[in-house]
Ligand binder design. Structure first.
Ligand code: SF4
Length: 221
């Protein structure tokens, strides 16, 4: 693992990757951080787990099992794990299933997503996400590489520049299976209580926390 000389160097690194292929960014990340890196995957599609595992077979891939995922997503996670021999680490909440999502979505995401992710990242130097600028206006300025001050580590978004078309092309080229929900109007897939189908052309994340003043679960804020 190579230490970055200065956290401000990350801005220059990020800028240098604006036109780079995601595989190039992942290769840099693996070279920098070795085994001290974790890939966090939502499994709404198979691109990031497949790509990361192709760049470094056996790289640790984390899935946050909130205990409120759609059955289709749980099937998809297992299908990708089995098909590509993923080194999958499933994180579960410390809390038992409850009704908190009905009245306190911030607290529920905190217990079922943020805390398990932070636990998964303990002792790591960097994490990789599938965040894309095209996901939502709130993500339009997401850097490719940045310092995650809240977690005291580097955060890498190798797909930041990718569009839904890029995802479709990569998935087709590599014969990836799809989350069955994708063709049923779910371009962004979270927990079943907080995710609805959207109309074609709508903001992909507009089906998340519908009717609430909430757009992010807290992993990226
Ligand atoms: Fe809870 Fe909904 Fe957040 Fe899932 S998305 S952790 S059910 S509040």
């Amino acid at each position: 693992m190579t230490d970055l000389a200065d956290r401000t160097d990350l801005e220059a690194v990020s800028a240098s990757f604006e036109r780079a292929a995601p595989t190039t960014i992942l290769e840099w990340a693996v070279g920098q951080f070795g085994d001290a890196i974790t890939v966090a995957c939502s499994f709404e599609d198979g691109v990031l787990p497949h790509m990361a595992n192709s760049v470094k077979p056996g790289i640790e891939i984390v899935f946050l099992d909130t205990q409120y995922h759609f059955a289709e997503t749980l099937w998809f996670v297992e299908e990708l794990r089995r098909r590509y021999h993923l080194n999958l680490r499933v994180m579960t909440p410390l809390a038992e299933p409850d009704n908190r999502w009905q009245a306190d979505v911030a607290g529920c995401c905190g217990v079922r997503k943020v805390e398990p992710l932070n636990r998964a990242l303990a002792g790591k130097a960097a994490w990789v996400t599938g965040l894309k600028r095209a996901d939502a206006p709130t993500r339009a300025a997401a850097p490719i590489v940045a310092w995650d001050a809240a977690r005291d580590m580097v955060k890498i978004n190798p797909l930041a520049n990718w569009t839904p078309l890029d995802v479709d092309v990569y998935s087709a080229e590599h014969g990836l299976p799809a989350n069955p929900l994708a063709e049923r109007g779910y371009p962004s897939i979270g927990c079943w209580p907080c995710t609805k189908a959207v109309a074609p052309g709508d903001d992909p994340r507009s089906g998340r926390w519908v009717g609430l003043d909430k757009t992010e679960c807290g992993l990226h804020t």
